[in-house]
Design a protein around this ligand. Structure first.
Ligand code: DUC
Ligand code: ZN
Ligand code: ZN
Length: 490
C-alpha cells in the first residue's frame, strides 16, 4: 500500500481552475496523490473548514538590494522571507542589481550568497542590467541565462539605473536570441526630473508632492515607447507595477491589436491612494514608492484590468526602508520628497489583503480561483517555474498553504517582521489568513509562527517559458541573418 510523509485531509483544494474537496498525499517533497480517504501517512493534518491553496509566488520583490540612491533595503533574505512565509508565500523572485562598473557575474554571485544563506523559502532571481557593455551582453549574459537566469529587468528612469533606448534595443535583441524574458520599469525619466525640479524650486517639498512629480503622462509615454520597441523586436515584455488608468488603456489597446505584452500591478496600487502621503510632517514618506500611489479612479481602472486580464498578475514590489536615519530619513529628519527612498514593504501583506478583497469582498466578482491564478499560477507560468510551482497537481512541489477563511485580523505595526518596522496597512481589518504554510512537504509556518531555518530555500533555475516566447513573426528584415533588411529586394 502507498505510504505518505504527510496527508492533508478534508479541506477544499483550490487551484486556478477549480475548487474541490479532496485529501492531498505528499511524499519526498512532492504531491503524489489527490483523492478521497487517503491513509497511511507518517503525519496527518485535518484541515476541515479550511482552504488549501498553492503557495504564493511573489515575482517582484527587492531584498538586500542596493537602490539607486546607494541605500540597501532594510531587510535581509532571512527577515524578508520570514515575512513572505508568514504572508503565505513559498517562492519569490527578487533581483540581482548590476550597476555600471560591476560585472553581471560578480553581482549574481553576491546576491546568490545572500539568498542561499538567509532564505527560508525557494527563490529564482531576476537580473537587473544597468550597465550593458559588450562583455556583459556577449559573454556574461549567455552564460547566466544558461545557468538559470532567464529574466532581465531594465529601468527607464532612476539616475543610476536607467538605460537609453539604444541599450534597450541591444538588450532586446540579445534576449530574443538567447531566450530570455524582459521586465520593465516604465516611467519617463525626463518628465520626472523636470517636474521634481519645478516643484522643489517653488518650495513644494512635502511627501504628497511625490505623486505629482511622477506624472501619469510619464508612465503612459514610457509604456508606449516600450510597447513600440517590443513590437519592433518581437520580444515580449512584462510591464511592471502599472499604476494608472491611462497606463492600463495603452496596454489594453496594444494587446487588442495583437502585441504580445504582459503587465502586472501591485497590491498597493489596488488598495491605497496618494492620500496616504498627505499626512503631517514627513510621515507620508512611508508610502513613497514609484510609480506613486494614484487616485481612486485609477484604482478602479486597475481592478477592471485585473478582471479582464489586461493585468495578469499582482505582486508586492516589496522594497522596505525603515522609517529612521538608516532608511526613509537617511537624508535627515526633514527631507524633501525627492530625498526619501522609494519603496514599501509588502511580502507579508500582499496575499492576506488580496484574499480579503477578492475572496471575501468579491471585488469585481473575482473568485478564489482568480486569486490563485493572479498570485501563484500566473507568476509560475510566466517566469518558467510551472508546473514545479504554482499548482496543486500530482508531480508538483508540495508547496501548500492552509487558509482560514474566517480569521479576522487587524493589521498593525506590531505584526511586522520585515526590516521596515512599519505596516503600510495598519488599522485595516481583513478576513482570511494563511495559517499554515508548507514548503516541499515541510511545515515552515504553523499557527502564525515561522518554524523553518534560514538556508532552507532552494534556488529555482528558470528557462524561458513557452507562454512568453516571441511570436516568431518579427519583421524579417530585422533579423541579423537578413542583414537587418539591407539585402531585401523591394
Ligand atoms: N520602485 C521601484 O521601481 N523599485 C522598488 C521600489 C519602488 O518604489
Ligand atoms: Zn520598478
Ligand atoms: Zn520593483
Amino acid at each position: 500500500m502507498q505510504s505518505y510523509d504527510l496527508i492533508i485531509k478534508n479541506a477544499q483544494v483550490v487551484t486556478s481552475i477549480e475548487t474541490k474537496y479532496a485529501d492531498i498525499g505528499i511524499k519526498d517533497q512532492k504531491i503524489i496523490a489527490i483523492g478521497n480517504n487517503l491513509i497511511n501517512s507518517k503525519e496527518t493534518i485535518d484541515a476541515t473548514g479550511k482552504y488549501i491553496l498553492p503557495g504564493g509566488i511573489d515575482s517582484h520583490c527587492h531584498i538586500e538590494q542596493k537602490s539607486a540612491s546607494g541605500l540597501i533595503n532594510s531587510d535581509t533574505f532571512e527577515s524578508a522571507t520570514k515575512a513572505a512565509a508568514l504572508g503565505g508565500n513559498t517562492s519569490i523572485i527578487p533581483f540581482a542589481a548590476q550597476y555600471e562598473g560591476f560585472t553581471l557575474t560578480e553581482t549574481l554571485e553576491d546576491y546568490h550568497k545572500l539568498a542561499k544563506k538567509g532564505s527560508i523559502i525557494d527563490y529564482a532571481m531576476h537580473m537587473i542590467i544597468a550597465g550593458p557593455n559588450n562583455d556583459l551582453l556577449n559573454l556574461e549574459l549567455p552564460e547566466q541565462i544558461r545557468l538559470g537566469h532567464s529574466s532581465i529587468k531594465i529601468f527607464m528612469t532612476y539616475d543610476r539605473l536607467k538605460i537609453e533606448d539604444i541599450d534597450i534595443l541591444n538588450i532586446f535583441e540579445k534576449a530574443r536570441d538567447m531566450e530570455a524574458f524582459i521586465s520593465v520599469h516604465a516611467e519617463n525619466h525626463g518628465m520626472i526630473t523636470w517636474m521634481v525640479s519645478k516643484l522643489l524650486e517653488k518650495g513644494y517639498t512635502h511627501p504628497k508632492f511625490h505623486s505629482v512629480s511622477h506624472p501619469v503622462a510619464g508612465e503612459v509615454e514610457a509604456i508606449n515607447r516600450i510597447i513600440g520597441i517590443s513590437e519592433l523586436m518581437d520580444q515580449p515584455v512584462m510591464i511592471f507595477h502599472v499604476s494608472s488608468e491611462k497606463g492600463v488603456e495603452v496596454i489594453r489597446n496594444a494587446q487588442a491589436r495583437g502585441v504580445k505584452i504582459f503587465a502586472e500591478t501591485c497590491v498597493q496600487y489596488l488598495t491605497l491612494t496618494s492620500d496616504e502621503m498627505d499626512k503631517p510632517g514627513v510621515e507620508g514618506g512611508k508610502w513613497i514608492c514609484s510609480p506613486p500611489l494614484r487616485k481612486t479612479r485609477d484604482q478602479n481602472a486597475l481592478w477592471d484590468a485585473v478582471k479582464d486580464n489586461t493585468l495578469c498578475l499582482i505582486s508586492s514590489d516589496h522594497a522596505p526602508y525603515s522609517f529612521d536615519s538608516n532608511g526613509k530619513l537617511f537624508k535627515g529628519e526633514n527631507p524633501n520628497f525627492k530625498e526619501i527612498p522609494n519603496g514599501m514593504p509588502g511580502l507579508n501583506w500582499r496575499l492576506p489583503i488580496l484574499f480579503d478583497e477578492i475572496v471575501n469582498k468579491r471585488r469585481k466578482n473575482l473568485s478564489i480561483n482568480d486569486f490563485v491564478r493572479l498570485t501563484s499560477t500566473s507568476p509560475a507560468k510566466i517566469y518558467g517555474l510551472y508546473p514545479q510551482k504554482g499548482d496543486i497537481e500530482i508531480g508538483c512541489d508540495a508547496d501548500l498553504v492552509i487558509w482560514d477563511p474566517e480569521a479576522i485580523t487587524e493589521l498593525s505595526d506590531d505584526m511586522v517582521v520585515d526590516g521596515s518596522g512599519y505596516n503600510p496597512y495598519s488599522g485595516r481589518i481583513i478576513k482570511g489568513w494563511p495559517e499554515t504554510v508548507i514548503l516541499r512537504g515541510y511545515m515552515i509556518v504553523f499557527n502564525n509562527k515561522v518554524i523553518a531555518d534560514p538556508g532552507n530555500g532552494n534556488f529555482l533555475p528558470t528557462k524561458l517559458s513557452a507562454n512568453v516566447k516571441p511570436k516568431g513573426i518579427i519583421a524579417h528584415d530585422l533579423l541579423k541573418e537578413n542583414n537587418y533588411g539591407a539585402n531585401l529586394q523591394s
